[in-house]
Design a protein. Sequence first.
Length: 391
Amino acid sequence: MSPLSIRRPKGKAATSRSTPKIMQLRIVVLPGDGVGPEVTEQAVLVLREVANIHGHNFHFAEHAAGGEAIRQTGSPLPPVTLDACLAADAVLLGAIGSPEFDHLSSDQRPETGLLRLRKALGGFANLRPVNSYRALAGASPLRSEIVEGADILFVRELLGGLYFGEPRGITSQNGSSVAFNTMRYSASEIERVARVAFAAAMQRGRRLTSVDKANVLETSQLWRQTVSRIALEYPQVALDHLYVDAAAMHIITNPKRFDVILTENLFGDILSDEAAVIAGSLGMLASGTIGGAVDLYEPVHGSAPDIAGKNLANPLGAIASAAMLLRHTARLEDEAADIEAAIQFVLDAGYRTADIARGTDGRLISTMEMGQLVSEAAAEAADMRHAYHAV
């Protein structure tokens, strides 16, 4: 019996794990660089277990992207990879980036392939949940009374702002190098991501904080005006506005004040990474990008080349991203919840990868061991849920 075996409620026998809703899913897996292949392998392991439990058919096709694709083809996003992604139901990405390509021009680097992929898939809303697990309170550098109970959903606009604005470049002026980027937003871009955030808030605590820098940036002034206008369509949601510097402070000092945080591309990138201290590690954070032709799911962490290939990386962010894939693309809420419950069970049982071992009493395990334990616990979680439904 698994060390994570769940005690079923007294008098409630497990029922068949079969479900009347059989799902066919075509999932393109882009392992990417560094620890990406290691964590995506465990996410796929868990997805295969879920498919086996419920009788779903998940079809996986693996393709190269990022640095690995440069090695194979000379391009960070080969046409065969992009075509496969566009034909899929969802894309599961590991991590992109490697220091060995830092000498390349910006349009040839691995990260450029990721930006091209995001633009081609069309997903404009990046969902980044950040939760504080009681079992990992000691892993956070913040005091447990600050982080315990924190549950934030970041909604980050993903296709605008400095990352995509034109013109951009590096030139020479008066004998000196000059670099420039353009932060640009239209009202329509802001409207569509705002509606995603307000809809999410309706399903949660009905509180939304919009983050900008409207005291100095015209783009933020338009952002604030537009979000305030869209708020009129959601009178049940309490809206407040924060400047990005104030938001950064409050995320650290009082994270429980937040429910949904809506912000633009650059601010969302920085703030959601900062919020990793709430969960105890960047390796815990998942993300899903929705709103386009094909949804994209990836852990928030980078490629971590210093630990790549050592079986040390935390796969929970990738596994939680797989749960988001089931929830948002496949609409398989129960199966997604089973994976999330499995993560909780494993952490409560004391199992830790190195990044979340600090300050906790737990058993240190490898990437592969963590994936296997979550896979086993997902089966137990499904059994437990069916047992409750049978009564």
